[in-house]
Design a protein around this ligand. Sequence first.
Ligand code: GLP
Length: 244
Amino acid sequence: MIVLKHAKTYEEMSKIAYSFVKEVVTTSPNATLGLATGSTPIGLYKEMIKDYQAGVVSYKNMLSINLDEYVGLPVEHPESYRSFMNNNLFNHIDIDKANTNVPNGLAEDIEKACKDYSAFIASHPIDIQILGIGGNGHIAFNEPGTPFDAITHLVELKEKTRQDNARFFDGDINKVPTHAVTMGLKDIMSAKQIILLASGAGKAEAVRDMVYGKMSPECPASILQSHPNVIVIVDEAAGYYLKA
Ligand code: GLP
């Protein structure tokens, strides 16, 4: 079931999201956090860092599992999702980097690496999963058409997704990797709680289809309708088509 939370601004959206993360982090010091990249969760990560720096919370004994990674980008590349996580969160809190997991987009045997990643998720159940949403309704890199029962897999990115992400690669779509490794929808659905954030007009239609549309692989995020504990937090522009 999807519970909607309406925020006026990006900042308010981030603060509401943090209230859910804080609840988990303060009640379960050994929690497993499912983390996401993209511009949307950056405000949430800032809230997490702020409270950590204030001495309110600690991530010392936590484990994190990220959704996805580009294939072929060196780990040190500033736009790899590993770099993103280090720069926007891990370098600023006390989580042990050895306990942070991001899919390996450079594995020699990608298929095996994917299977191992799903097995790892199954043996470390995610307490709270943070998600953004793509303009075409993708979650992680599960593009439209992805079967609902997919586990971690190699994916060819859609043109729309590469275009959307070109802003991180000097605006040049040719620099955006063509493939990625992503947690599958089945892995994501195994999380105990899911917090999906959406900000800006570019997400409004995808959010509408996720919440009110038919549950179908054409809108991968629509699978969340069948999860028992999902909170969708939208700012005003992303929530344009939603009833209050
Ligand atoms: C990427 C990521 C997704 C993310 C989406 C939206 O494709 N793989 O996990 O939710 O983009 O990104 P943004 O938050 O920058 O709009």
